[in-house]
Design a protein around this ligand. Structure first.
Ligand SMILES: Nc1nc2c(ncn2[C@@H]2O[C@H](COP(=O)(O)OP(=O)(O)O)[C@@H](O)[C@H]2O)c(=O)[nH]1
Ligand SMILES: [Mg+2]
Length: 335
């Protein structure tokens, strides 16, 4: 495969090339990983970065319905929208977005939209890497908005927040005055909290829930990347389409402010640094566990330590020294 040619086609907005490129990115084969690195390096910088929006919420809150309605509103405005997913459970469920295709039926048929289900991977790290690269590909292909959905489980929100420009938390209306056990850490990542299902008999509850969250957000420490009045909580209804325009207006003004003040670029730069470090970390770990020679040495040195012939700290230093000198891919298989 001519990777340079593929990069060129992706940059020209060729959808089939984009799909092929994402398939390459999702592959765990060592030769494909090398081609992926080449592909990513060959991509030209987009004229204007896409707006990357992370969207999280518990199952049933209405993420798929929201993406369908919100995505269609954007494509009607002439914007091109890509939808990706980070779903660590997708290996079992067969992909969150794919399973929900029925709820995104119209969007998936929209020529201005591109929907890609979560790659099936058991490890969040693997899904994250692939989704981040897929997002970069979509951006290079000229999409204006890249939506990245994640189910609110464990670390996946953090991972998505680290690859997006805006992080949106979708909440369901709830009675009572407790904040539905949304963890403080997740609240702190949110740029916008949207209380969905603000329609019919749930409308009043939704408005109360929204007020509760607005209050809770005001108590959080102010972040440098926020202008006055952010993060915000708002009511929406994916079903009726209400509040979607207002939500988009808020996202745009926040993004615009961050662009003007340099926070947008700074956050992207920090994210790039983070993923670089993460890649090195993962690569080292992979060598340790997947390289045959390294595994043998771990076993040998482990035995020495267990038998009392070496102390752990010293054996570890020797192992790390050897790891640095083991040639890449030496007798090993990746993933
Ligand atoms: N009343 C109401 N129901 C909604 C709304 N959005 C989604 N739902 C319903 O909530 C359920 C879960 O929606 P879905 O989009 O699959 O949620 P997801 O699991 O977060 O992707 C479905 O039965 C939807 O019809 C909304 O705005 N209002
Ligand atoms: Mg869904």
């Amino acid at each position: 495969m001519d990777v340079k040619e593929l990069a060129g086609k992706v940059a020209a907005g060729d959808r089939r090339a984009l799909a092929r490129a994402i398939t390459l990115v999702e592959s765990g084969r060592p030769d494909h990983r090398a081609q992926t690195a080449e592909l990513m390096a060959a991509l030209p910088r987009p004229a204007r970065p896409a707006l990357r929006i992370g969207l999280s919420g518990t199952p049933g809150v209405g993420k798929s319905s929201f993406i369908e309605a919100f995505g269609l509103m954007l494509t009607e405005q002439g914007l091109r929208v890509a939808v990706l997913a980070v779903d660590p459970s997708s290996a079992r469920s067969g992909g969150s977005i794919l399973g929900d295709k029925t709820r995104m039926e119209r969007l998936s048929r929209d020529p201005r939209a591109f929907i890609r289900p979560s790659p099936s991977q058991t490890h969040l790290g693997g899904v994250a890497r692939r989704t981040r690269e897929a997002a970069t590909l979509c951006e290079a292909a000229g999409f204006d908005v890249v939506l990245i959905e994640t189910v609110g489980v464990g670390q996946s929100e953090t991972v998505v927040a680290q690859m997006t420009d805006l992080f949106v938390l979708l909440i369901a209306p709830a009675g009572g005055d407790e904040l539905q056990g949304v963890k403080r850490g997740i609240m702190e990542m949110a740029d916008l909290i949207l209380v969905n299902k603000a329609d019919g008999p749930l409308k009043e509850t939704a408005m109360r829930t929204c007020a509760d969250y607005a209050g809770a957000l005001r108590l959080l420490r102010k972040r440098p990347q926020d202008p006055e009045g952010y993060p915000k909580a708002m009511c929406v209804s994916a079903l009726e389409g209400s509040g979607l325009k207002e939500a988009w207006d808020e996202m745009q003004s926040l993004a615009e402010w961050r662009r003007k003040t340099g926070h947008f670029d700074r956050m992207r730069a920090e994210q790039a640094r983070h993923w670089f470090e993460e890649e090195v970390r993962q690569g080292l770990l992979a060598r340790l566990t997947e390289d045959r020679h390294a595994r043998v040495r771990m076993e040998e040195l482990g035995r020495e330590v267990a038998a009392g012939r070496a102390v752990p700290i010293d054996a570890a230093a020797r192992m790390l020294g050897e790891l640095a000198s083991i040639p890449k891919g030496h007798g090993g298989t990746e993933e």
